[in-house]
Ligand binder design. Structure first.
Ligand SMILES: Nc1ncnc2c1ncn2[C@@H]1O[C@H](COP(=O)(O)OP(=O)(O)OP(=O)(O)O)[C@@H](O)[C@H]1O
Length: 300
């Protein structure tokens, strides 16, 4: 049985349908990312799964528990990393991680966890003296220390510097390899592309797409050919191309569903004239392109 099953989930705040008939499952050891613009319903969905919020309709099962009624027995099996956890500021990092470890029946070694999140040098520092990114790492340590079977990560790397973000990705990859099921929310499409086995895109409470990042990108037909217009030539001099040609100053981009043919026509044209096409690139759409299309399509 899938560790996370969500069926027809609904939650309203007055007239606002924050979550509107959302269904998905997350498989054992899968990293599943919930994406969507501000206010799309991601946090509400995750908080219902964590047992922190009630629902108005639908079925939810996490590790066989209904989070609404699972209580302490349920919470011992999950780990939660919230966007803004409030801590006791006067504790040291090591004290707080040890304290949290005490809440769980089979905790991980607090010292190892502190080291794993890159806070070894700060283990004796008071929480109030940590930087924003260091606090987020502490959040992560507190989510991990109970050896969770399902880990919820709400925007886990917001505020991280690039090196810390890559370090966190490695950590999450390692947890997945160890069989932890992970449900995360993020606004970083590169993070979703890197980490997630599957993503679900929410907009205004509704699920508008679900699948692996590669599958979602594969559904996007056009590639983009881009190059710098050679000196002394104009867009009108270019050969006939199947794609849509647009010039942004000297940079030309061609959105095309026939990249091989258009590339051939362009390079043949340049070779015949003995000119170079500098900055020539061919790119597939990224998850970010697909995401932006999805949320704007759904808006219209
Ligand atoms: N406690 C609340 N009372 C009333 N409305 C709420 C409450 N919590 C959330 N909402 C509304 O529900 C909708 C979904 O909010 P939610 O926080 O789940 O979005 P989100 O996708 O997590 O957004 P963000 O990316 O900004 O974190 C929004 O319209 C929000 O204003």
């Amino acid at each position: 049985m899938s560790p996370v099953i969500v069926e027809g989930l609904c939650k309203c705040y007055g007239a606002v349908k924050a979550v509107d008939d959302v269904s998905f499952t997350v498989a054992q050891g899968e990293v599943f990312a919930l994406l969507g613009p501000n206010g799309a319903g991601k946090t509400t969905t995750v908080e219902i799964l964590e047992g922190h919020r009630g629902r108005d309709g639908g079925q939810v099962s996490v590790l066989g528990f209904d989070p609404a009624t699972g209580g302490r027995a349920y919470r011992e099996h999950i780990g939660i990393v919230l966007q803004e956890a409030g801590f006791e500021d006067e504790f040291s990092v090591a004290e707080l991680v040890r304290l949290y470890a005490g809440f769980y029946p089979r905790p991980r070694d607090p010292y190892e966890v502190v080291e794993q999140v890159g806070l070894k040098d700060k283990r004796d520092a008071r929480v109030r003296t940590l930087s924003g990114g260091q606090r987020r790492r502490l959040d992560l340590a507190l989510g991990l220390v109970g050896r969770p079977e399902v880990l919820f990560l709400d925007e886990p790397t917001t505020g991280f510097d690039p090196a810390a973000r890559h370090h966190a990705w490695e950590l999450i990859d390692g947890l997945r390899a160890g069989g932890t099921t992970i449900l995360l929310t993020t606004h970083y499409m590169d993070e979703a592309q890197h980490l997630a086995d599957r993503v679900a895109v929410l907009r205004a409470g509704r699920l508008v797409a679900i699948g692996s990042p590669d599958t979602l990108v594969a559904g996007e037909p056009a590639s983009v050919l881009s190059f710098r217009l050679p000196d002394g030539t104009a867009v009108a001099d270019l050969p006939a191309l199947a794609g849509r040609v647009e010039a942004h100053g000297p940079v030309v981009s061609v959105e095309t569903t026939r990249p091989a043919g258009d590339m051939h026509a362009l390079t043949g044209w340049a070779l015949e004239r003995g000119i170079e096409l500098t900055a020539l690139t061919l790119t597939r759409p990224s998850l970010e392109d697909v995401y932006l299309d999805l949320v704007s399509e759904a808006a219209s």
